[in-house]
Ligand binder design. Structure first.
Ligand code: HEM
Length: 115
């Protein structure tokens, strides 16, 4: 079914990105609850979001979401169509290419934007 290399790489990255997005959502809810404590707390959270560490984290989040979503569509196609299962290797490489291009364009604009 799966070719070992692409299949394993995608499998492990799909799990890492899925769990990372859940952790981000929990962290995001915690951040929003801190912000709601008053104007100083709001400004402190916004200031933290503008630091290079957080901005790099946002770029990584973009990559995780892009990979999880696009690879997830490939997995779903492979579950439902014989064609996608047979073309698994090609589709895996197409997914990497699409994720790569969208990530580079997105990361460029995110990093360029005012913090
Ligand atoms: C376009 C949106 C998404 C698509 C197409 C998608 C697709 C998938 C698919 C097909 C699986 C099953 C993988 C397998 O069978 O091994 C999966 C697993 C998972 N997804 Fe998503 N997903 C999406 C969005 C999300 C979001 C927003 C989150 C987090 C909030 C998330 C978290 C997870 C987690 C934690 C798993 C389990 C990982 C594992 O153990 O395999 N996904 N996703």
């Amino acid at each position: 079914m799966y070719k070992v290399r692409e299949g394993y790489f995608s499998w492990i990255l799909h799990k890492i990105t899925g769990v990372s997005i859940v952790l981000f959502l929990l962290f995001h809810i915690w951040g929003m609850s801190r912000m709601s404590k008053g104007p100083e707390a709001f400004d402190a959270v916004i200031a933290a979001y503008k630091t290079p560490l957080f901005r790099a984290g946002e770029v990584l989040l973009l990559g995780a979401i892009l990979f999880h979503a696009i690879n997830g569509v490939r997995l779903i196609l492979g579950e439902f169509t014989v064609w996608a299962m047979e073309k698994n290797k090609l589709l895996a490489w197409l997914a990497y290419a699409l994720v790569g291009v969208l990530f580079l364009v997105g990361a460029y604009f995110m990093w360029r934007a005012e913090g």
